[in-house]
Design a protein around this ligand. Structure first.
Ligand code: SIN
Ligand code: CO
Length: 403
């Protein structure tokens, strides 16, 4: 198992992960010069344009000036010809979930291993010519903005943003007024961390690529709504409000305190039952499945030919490395009698003798055969672990090559 880094990380400008989390994470911005020394941008503007033409890729083109109206947004897939018609300045191309398409970005994401991976959302790439920007705005989530190519001027504002300080009728939430309280020009390898809710404004100074490692945090409403949906799936609809002790009403128009109390009690009881983790169908299992669901429908592709355990072990030996599919999210929850492994919204309940498999599969993106071989073979037999790995391979969650 990996141990969390305790030495200062260059990525964090010499801070330890502990100090970064205590002093900056979700609290205040941090500029880190040369966070990734010698960083070489893993993608070219042409490759990003190519991705924007793919149907499965989530992309947006934002034109500040030359669209039908200011801050015009076009959603991908874009036609190849679109790129020939673009103006010289003031546009931005955004590509979401680039880690699915660019293996080098998985290494970048691994640098953030001191943060639980269920909190990591994706790596977004933006490409812009001079003047390109998505406008002053704020995001609801933490983000690390790594300058990958060219230069970008970032301004931040620590002023409170009024709810009506946004331009109306746009496909983007852009602030009407933005008063910068700090600014920096980022060079390749520099990185800016921004906590959620902090107003920021990045403008490309030349041909510029920025990589944003974004985090996810479920909204309270989303948590409640999705959990209630889950509770309702197994709910018996014949259970109803009942009042066999009803006495004659003096005020038939009134909803009595007793009636209100009974309804409150029903909701409290249903929630308490559902939140009780002694039930196998309880909150933990639901949460693991919910939080490993992927945002988009495209998701995982099963291999053309399924394998038996012996074939999988042979394939692993031949390739020497297998990989987690970047189309699936992996996480686990330790139980007293084993582990629940969650992949892509599914739960695999593992007994305690297989519990070692969960951190092995979830704490890293690449699986070297040397670290797995002992666990895969037990004498002439293939172990339960080999069967599990085979099942994951047959589902497309474990693959021979990424992406
Ligand atoms: C960009 O890369 O242009 C925008 C990223 C952001 O502001 O979150
Ligand atoms: Co932003």
């Amino acid at each position: 198992m990996k141990t969390p880094p305790s030495l200062p990380l260059p990525l964090l400008g010499g801070l330890t992960a502990t100090d970064f989390l205590a002093d900056y994470w979700q609290k205040r911005p941090l500029l880190i010069r040369n966070a990734v020394p010698g960083f070489i941008c893993p993608v070219t503007p042409d490759e990003l344009a190519g991705l924007a033409c793919e149907a499965e890729v989530e992309s947006r083109l934002i034109l500040e000036r030359d669209g039908p109206s200011p801050w015009w947004v076009e959603h991908g897939p874009l036609a190849e010809e679109r790129f020939a018609q673009l103006p010289e300045t003031h546009w931005t191309l955004l590509i979401q979930e680039c880690q699915k398409y660019l293996p080098e970005l998985v290494q970048l994401m691994e640098q953030f291993d001191f943060i639980p991976s269920w909190r990591v959302d994706d790596v977004m790439a933006s490409h812009a010519p001079p003047g390109g920007s998505v406008g002053p705005h704020l995001d609801q989530y933490d983000v690390f903005l790594l300058q990958a190519h060219g230069h970008r001027r970032w301004q931040i504002s620590d002023k409170k943003v009024a709810p009506d300080n946004f331009l109306p009728d746009l496909d983007l939430r852009i602030m009407r007024e933005f008063e910068a309280t700090d600014e920096w020009v980022l060079e390749p390898g520099d990185m800016l961390y921004l906590p959620p809710g902090l107003a920021h404004y990045g403008v490309a100074l030349d041909d510029c690529i920025t990589l944003s490692v974004g985090f996810r945090a479920p909204g309270h409403g989303e948590l409640l709504g999705r959990f209630v949906d889950h509770v309702l799936t197994g709910h018996d609809p014949s259970q109803r409000y009942s009042d066999p002790e009803l006495t004659p009403s003096k005020n038939p128009g009134e909803i009595s305190p007793a009636a209100r109390q009974q309804c409150r009690d029903i909701i409290r009881m249903l929630m308490c039952e559902a939140l009780d983790d002694n039930s196998t169908d309880g909150f933990d299992s639901w949460f693991g499945q919910f939080i490993t669901e992927t945002k988009n429908e495209d998701t995982v592709e099963a291999p053309e030919h399924t394998l038996e355990s012996a074939q999988l072990v042979q394939l692993f030996q031949d390739h020497q490395t297998l990989h987690r599919s970047e189309y699936a999210r992996f996480a686990y929850i330790a139980r007293e009698d084993g582990v629940d492994l969650f992949i892509d919204g599914r739960c695999f309940s593992l007994s305690s003798d297989l519990a070692f498999a969960a951190p092995l599969l979830c704490n890293q993106h690449h699986y070297p055969f040397s670290r797995f071989s002992e666990k895969l073979k037990a004498g002439p037999d293939h172990t339960a672990f080999a069967h599990l790995l085979t099942e994951l391979y047959n589902c497309g969650y474990v693959v021979t090559a990424t992406p």
